[in-house]
Design a protein around this ligand. Sequence first.
Ligand code: HEC
Length: 123
Amino acid sequence: MTKGVEMTTTIARHIVFLLGILAAMTMFNASSSLAGSEQGKALYEKQCKTCHSVAGEAGKMANMGGALDGVGAKRDDAWLRAYLKDPKSQIEGAKMPKPTLNDEQMNDIVAYLLTLKTPAPAK
Ligand code: HEC
């Protein structure tokens, strides 16, 4: 009888322990992808904002590239990577200059662009 109770307690402890690890892993994952998009946002402000706008916040030459609002819903991860590697590969006669991004910066900027799901309000 006591042995049975002990066993159950031990199993319950193991389950609680495993759930704890699972929760920690989930939290780590969520925060690391968020961190990427935060870095991507900073990168956007440095390298891209001049020619674009997001949520009505426009760079000096935003009329060139236009609004990126909703680009995360319109385009997917693969398209964005291909376009940022070589704009002309995805848009014929693309005017956007090829950005210089290392692998990490590419991941961050794409993570950020994919957060832009809401289209700009119609003018
Ligand atoms: C010199 C101006 C300029 C800069 C700097 C620039 N862009 Fe662009 N961008 C454009 C233009 C112009 C277009 C319109 C399509 C084309 O001609 O390539 C465009 C289009 C895009 C598109 C495609 C939108 C769509 O769905 O059709 C994305 C995504 C994009 N830019 C992201 C970026 C990112 C990210 C950066 C920074 C790394 C950046 N742009 C920097 C000018 C610029």
